[in-house]
Structures are given as structure tokens and as C-alpha cells.
Design a protein around this ligand. Structure first.
Ligand code: SF4
Length: 286
């Protein structure tokens, strides 16, 4: 098996208490069987506190979120109480792995860190001019084209870049599809309304594009595509290309309200990439 990672993966380190968007907020966290067993058997005050704060559904145990949708063990200072008390080796699988992802295409593993994470966005948008990958346990670096070649895909250069026309038709189309996705929070719907009501949106989006760094937009485009390549078993490449093209258009529109490209990428990702129904909606709709 060959494992491929983006080069920036080597620099990934969770920002913990320095993160404005802790991933322990807003998402239900399932606890794997082994860790749940550990928690159920744990003695002492922390064991009792953990058991009070976990629930069980048909499939698994999970942390009961607080009223403001935070993990009950996420402290005000942004640090995890379980890690602080009994160490990282005692947190559940999801918390250990997040925001890493591992996808398989035959015997090739495409790995990375998800864009819903603030640190990932900083690294992706960082200094490197292009998105570079490496093969695990080797010094070998690969361009995006070479990664595609490893999985047997030969994609013309123009399909490896953001090239969708920024016009009213495409803007309306992407906003309409996004409006059908399940909102991650109340703010998402508000942000969408602001985008829908924006004056001269086509003109502003064109201006934004003209003044933006195309290398950065293309890095984001390639990384969005990279994460979904495993879907090629059930969808065709054109659908995947459209998914990435319209996602970049949406990120451009969102940046016009957030004024921060990294934040808009992160926001798009947590809304879309972390909900397979939403990914499917976009794949089918564009
Ligand atoms: S979003 Fe990323 S940087 Fe922030 S707490 Fe989660 S893993 Fe760490």
C-alpha cells in the first residue's frame, strides 16, 4: 500500500487553546467501543463525571453536548479536561484522529487534514506556491498531476484549476444548491441570506477574482478535489470537477462577506465536507 500526504501535513499541529473554532464545538462526538469500555470502568471523580456526561444510542456511546453545543470536557481555556487529567492516550478515536482523513483508492491511501480545521486552512493557504504531496516513508514529492497519475487519472491542466465562469447564472445556481443543504448552525442560514441579498454580486465577485491570488485559489481547488477522489468509484470525474469548481465559487462569495479567505474555506468545509448528504447534494446538483 502507498500512502500519500500533502506536504503541509508535516507541519500540522492542533492550535488547542489558540484556536478560535475548536472542533469540540457544534458536533456530536461518538465514543468508540474500546474507549467507552475504559470510561465505564474508570474509578474516581473523573470516571463518574465522564459517565454522567455520556449517552448511548443504538450504535454507540457519545458525549452529551452542553446547551451551547460544546463538548462537556472542553474547558473555557480551550483545553480538553480528559487530556489534561489522564493524557491524550485516553481520548476517544474520533478526538485522536480529527481532523485527519484517510481515503482509499485500490491500494493507494490518500491522506490529509480536513479544511474545517483552522490550522489546516492556515497551512494550505500558506507560502507554498503550489500544492505538493509526498509518499509516506520516502523523500519522494509529487505534484497534484502525479498524484492523479498514481491513481490512474489523467486530467488536462485546465481541469486542475478553478476555471468556472463567474456570472449571475453560476452564482444563482451555487447559492440555490447551498440553500438546500442542512445548515450546520443558525449563522449559516444568515450568511447565506446576506449572500443572496448582496447588490451587484456578479460584479463584486469578478473584481474579487481579478484581485485574488490565483495560486491560492487553485491550491484550495485541488485540495477539495483530492479529498473526494475516492468518490470516483460511484460518480464520474466531471461531477467531481463541477463539485470543486462550484465550491470555489461559493468560497469566493462567502469571502466577500467574511473578508477572510481562510475562514470562508473553513466555513464551507464544516458545512459541506463533514456531512456526506451535503456533499451528495452538491455532487448531484451542479
Ligand atoms: S479546529 Fe484544528 S486547530 Fe482548532 S482545535 Fe480543532 S484540530 Fe485544533
Amino acid at each position: 500500500m502507498l500512502s500519500i500526504f500533502p506536504k503541509f501535513y508535516k507541519n500540522f499541529l492542533c492550535k488547542a487553546d489558540k484556536c478560535k473554532h475548536s472542533c469540540c464545538k457544534g458536533w456530536e462526538i461518538d465514543i468508540d467501543e474500546e474507549t467507552a469500555g475504559k470510561y465505564l470502568a474508570m474509578t474516581g471523580e473523573l470516571g463518574a463525571e465522564i459517565r454522567q456526561n455520556i449517552g448511548k444510542n443504538e450504535d454507540s456511546y457519545f458525549f452529551k453536548l452542553t446547551e451551547d453545543e460544546r463538548c462537556p470536557f472542553l474547558q473555557k481555556n480551550g483545553l480538553c479536561k480528559i487530556i489534561l487529567n489522564i493524557g491524550e492516550e485516553n481520548i476517544c478515536e474520533i478526538c485522536t484522529m480529527h481532523p485527519r482523513f484517510f481515503t482509499m483508492i485500490d491500494d493507494v491511501e490518500l491522506c490529509g487534514v480536513g479544511l474545517s480545521c483552522e490550522k489546516t486552512c492556515e497551512l494550505l493557504l500558506g507560502d507554498e506556491k503550489d500544492l505538493v504531496f509526498y509518499i509516506e516513508d520516502t523523500e519522494e514529492e509529487l505534484s497534484f498531476s502525479e498524484v492523479l497519475a498514481v491513481i490512474g487519472l489523467n486530467l488536462p491542466n485546465e481541469m486542475q484549476e478553478f476555471s468556472l465562469a463567474v456570472n449571475a447564472e453560476n452564482i444563482n445556481k451555487v447559492l440555490e444548491i447551498m440553500a438546500k443543504t442542512e445548515p450546520i448552525d443558525e449563522n449559516w442560514s444568515k450568511e447565506l441570506s446576506i449572500m443572496q441579498d448582496m447588490d451587484n454580486v456578479e460584479l463584486k465577485a469578478k473584481e474579487y477574482l481579478e484581485n485574488s491570488d490565483k495560486n491560492i485559489l487553485n491550491k484550495i481547488y485541488k485540495y477539495i478535489l483530492y479529498r473526494q477522489l475516492e468518490r470516483l468509484v460511484d460518480i464520474d470525474i466531471e461531477a467531481l470537477i463541477n463539485y470543486a469548481q462550484y465550491s470555489i465559487l461559493f468560497i469566493i462569495l462567502h469571502t466577500m462577506i467574511s473578508k477572510e479567505l481562510g475562514e470562508s474555506v473553513r466555513r464551507w468545509s464544516e458545512q459541506i465536507e463533514y456531512d456526506t448528504d451535503n456533499v451528495d447534494l452538491i455532487l448531484a446538483g451542479v
